[in-house]
Every structure is written in structure tokens, then in C-alpha cells.
Design a protein around this ligand. Structure first.
Ligand code: ATP
Length: 422
């Protein structure tokens, strides 16, 4: 492997496998590698997917290595004939394949330890392109390798994501650090927000979101939870931080209580931990979310100290019998109403003895909507010391699964904002 002068780096990532190309599995490796490379100061230009075809892969590796300083491949390192990465890399570099005795002995040993004979096809896994350096696989049998290819460096990692990640961290990242000088340092901040639609967020963020803004802002949305990152780059870490920090401070001021965390992305964990810290108990009464709120809250370790019980009162009858919702309210206002949501929360608090109760009732669709009560309408209530407050939420009429997830997050966020007042 060439010593490689520190050079500015542009990377290409190739995911290999017929199962990827045919859509039987989704590529989970390229994005992960790209994010890790970015942290090492190496930018990725392109993701490529190739099937298990040695000729096509050889051509792709040649092309990518001509245009990039670094090419990272994942997959195709197994023992079967359709695992072609070794062969394609050797051919693209114009070298042969040689058996690595160390790998072969390691494979034999692992079979011996299990009291089994090594299948002959495993010998293929000990072949490496001449001039390649082996990268050990601690989580599986297929070793990886890295080698010069033209003026580029090629690294080949296994396909299974846990094997790939482990090898990347142990064998590749430290090596990349010595080959590719960081041209710049970066600083990053992360904010998790709830209760704001993406478009409302964009309006309030204004020019901060422009593509060439510094710091650069990125936003992803997941059922009403926004994850916002700020990223700044400068010649050294201190300058990068100096660029980032004023904007991070302004961000906190501008978005205030919509920010539920600067590290934890799961809203239910923030709410659950807050309940535990405050020593408060909670119960849930759900209709359209069918237990989703309870499921999310009970993912939090230790939540048994706070979570009392949950009802899925889907029918009107269940709302009356289990939670004592007055029949007249259901008849007069309908199940999806402020009045019924509040009565559900008050009933859940009363029946469970919990200090807080959360209720959700809405129209998840696709049918069941009307002009007055369209699909996507959800009422959420929080009862505290026996008295409930309700909030209306109008989702766009998206699919049923999304409306349920939006509603569950909105309910948790309502509870979060109530806890802030605690
Ligand atoms: P093995 O020794 O396990 O065969 P390999 O390097 O040959 O390792 P592949 O045969 O290409 O890996 O893939 C093995 C499995 O790993 C695939 O069936 C798939 O489940 C998973 N996998 C491979 N590539 C990816 C990818 N890009 N994203 C997600 N999963 C992947």
C-alpha cells in the first residue's frame, strides 16, 4: 500500500450484491460509511450499487478509482462463486490473486475449534489481490483488504452491516487518518424538536437553511419530530466552534421550548426520563393510536416506577365502561372531540390513581372522515390533579400508519410541555 501523501479526499462508495440490485435488501452500508467518512474529513461524491458480476465490477472499480482518491466497497467477500470483489479488484489493478497463509490458517483453526472440517470453498476467502493488505474480520470469517488501485486507494469491507462497521472502526478509520490529512476541522450541534411542522420550522429558520449558509443546517423530519444539525468548518477546531456557537445560541433562543433535547432523538425517552426524575406517575387512554403511546413509553428502561397502566378504549362502549366517559358527551360531541378526550384523560387518572394521564382520540382514516371532522383530526388531552386540558391537532390526510405515529408523538409532546411546567 502506498504511503500516500496527505491529500484532499473525495470518496466513492460501492455496495455489491445481486440482492441489493434486485431490491431484496436495502443498502444500509453506504450511508453509514459516508457519515463516518465525513467525520474523518473525507467527502463522498457518489454511491454505486453493483451486482455479483466480476466484469461489471472490475469496470466500475476502474472508473471510480480514476475519479476518486478513495473507493470503499462493501460485500462480495464470502466464500461462494458469486462473491467476486477480490477477483474484480485484482483484475482492475492488473495483479493476480495470492493465498494469504495467515488467513487460511485462521479459517482452519476456527473450524478445528468447532470440531468441523473446513469446506473447500472457504479457501477462496484466503485469496487476496497481490499487494493488498489484509483487514481482520472479528465478527465473521471473510477478511477485508486495502490496496492501491491506479492513483486511488481501494478498501474492501464485508457486506453484513455489523461486520462492516466493526472492520471500518478497527482496521480502516485509523489507517485513513494517516493517509488523508484533514484539510479542516468541524464542529457540530444537534437539536431535536417537536410540535413544529417542517414547513413552519423552515419559515422560522429563514436564511439559516440556505445551502451555502455557514454554519450549514440540515433537517430531517420523522412523524412530527425534527432533527436539526448545525455544521461548521474551519482551519482548526477552535475556529469551527467559534463559528458554530453564536448560531447555536440564537437557535436555542429562537426555538425555545420546541427543543426537547440536544442529544436524545427519541421523544419517549425524554418524556419517560423526565417522569422518573420528577417521581410522577402516568396512565394512558388511547383510541386511534391503539396503544402506541403506551408502547413507546414502556420502551424506556425503569419506566415501571412511573407507568401505571394503559387502556385501549376503541369503542364508545369501552370509553364509557372503562373510563367513565359520560354517554351524553359522546352523543353530543362525538368520540373525536375536546370534551371526550378530556373525559378519557380524567377517567384514566381517576381509575389508575396516576398523577398524570394522557388521552388520544382521532380519525386515522382512510374512511370515517367528514367535512367537520376530517381524516387526520386528533384530540389529545393531559389530565393533571384530576383536571384535563385538550389540544387539537390537524394532520394532513396522509396514510393511517403515519397519522397514528404523528398522534402518538404529539401526545408525548403535550405531556412533555406539561412536565416542563411541573
Ligand atoms: P459473507 O461472508 O457474510 O458472505 P460478504 O462480504 O460476502 O460476507 P455479502 O455476501 O455481499 O457479504 O452479503 C451478505 C449479507 O450481508 C447480505 O445477504 C445482506 O443481508 C447483508 N448485506 C450485504 N451488503 C449489504 C448492504 N449494503 N446493506 C445492508 N445489508 C447488506
Amino acid at each position: 500500500v502506498s504511503a500516500g501523501r496527505p491529500r484532499s479526499a473525495r470518496a466513492a462508495i460501492v455496495a455489491i450484491g445481486d440482492e441489493l440490485l434486485e431490491g431484496r435488501i436495502v443498502d444500509a452500508n453506504s450511508g453509514w460509511i459516508s457519515a463516518r467518512l465525513a467525520e474523518l474529513g473525507i467527502k463522498s461524491d457518489v454511491f454505486v450499487v453493483r451486482g455479483d458480476d466480476a466484469d461489471a465490477l472490475e469496470g466500475a472499480l476502474r472508473e471510480l478509482c480514476a475519479a476518486h482518491a478513495l473507493v470503499i466497497a462493501t460485500g462480495g467477500l464470502g466464500p461462494t462463486l458469486d462473491d467476486v470483489t477480490r477477483e474484480a479488484a485484482a483484475r482492475a489493478a492488473g495483479v493476480g490473486l495470492a493465498t494469504c497463509e495467515e488467513v487460511l490458517e485462521g479459517l482452519r483453526e476456527s473450524y478445528r475449534l468447532r470440531g468441523r472440517e473446513m469446506p473447500a470453498s472457504n479457501v477462496r476467502q484466503a485469496l487476496l489481490p497481490e499487494g493488498a493488505e489484509r483487514m481482520a474480520n472479528r465478527c465473521g470469517t471473510a477478511p477485508g483488504f486495502r490496496m492501491p488501485l491506479g492513483s486511488a486507494l481501494l478498501a474492501a469491507l464485508p457486506g453484513p452491516p455489523h461486520e462492516m462497521r466493526d472492520m471500518f472502526e478497527r482496521e480502516l478509520a485509523p489507517w485513513l487518518g494517516t493517509r488523508f490529512a484533514q484539510r479542516s476541522s468541524f464542529a457540530r450541534a444537534r437539536f431535536l424538536l417537536a410540535g413544529l411542522a417542517e414547513s413552519a420550522f423552515a419559515d422560522r429558520a429563514g436564511s439559516w437553511m440556505e445551502r451555502n449558509a455557514s454554519p450549514r443546517m440540515g433537517v430531517t423530519a420523522r412523524f412530527g419530530v425534527l432533527e436539526v444539525t448545525l455544521h461548521s468548518e474551519a482551519s482548526d477546531a477552535e475556529r469551527a466552534r467559534a463559528l458554530l456557537e453564536p448560531r447555536a445560541r440564537e437557535f436555542r433562543q429562537r426555538f425555545g421550548s420546541a427543543i426537547f433535547s440536544e442529544d436524545e432523538a427519541r421523544l419517549e425517552f425524554v418524556v419517560g426520563r423526565r417522569l422518573l426524575e420528577l417521581g410522577l406517575t402516568v396512565a394512558t387512554a388511547e383510541s386511534c393510536t391503539g396503544g402506541l403511546v403506551a408502547e413507546l413509553l414502556t420502551e424506556v428502561p425503569g419506566i415501571s416506577a412511573a407507568f401505571r397502566e394503559g387502556w385501549i378504549t376503541y369503542s364508545d362502549e369501552a370509553k364509557v365502561r372503562r373510563l367513565g366517559v359520560p354517554r351524553e358527551l359522546l352523543e353530543k360531541h362525538g368520540a373525536v372531540s375536546s370534551e371526550v378526550a378530556r373525559a378519557m384523560a380524567e377517567g384514566a387518572a381517576r381509575e389508575s390513581g396516576a398523577e398524570l394521564a394522557l388521552a388520544v382520540t382521532g380519525i386515522a382514516g382512510p374512511g370515517g372522515g367528514s367535512a367537520a371532522k376530517p381524516v387526520g383530526l386528533v384530540w389529545i388531552a393531559v389530565a393533571r390533579r384530576g383536571v384535563a386540558l385538550a389540544r387539537e391537532m390537524r394532520n394532513p390526510p396522509v396514510d393511517r400508519a403515519s397519522i397514528r405515529r404523528y398522534a402518538a408523538h404529539a401526545a408525548l409532546d403535550f405531556l412533555r410541555t406539561e412536565l416542563e411546567l411541573a
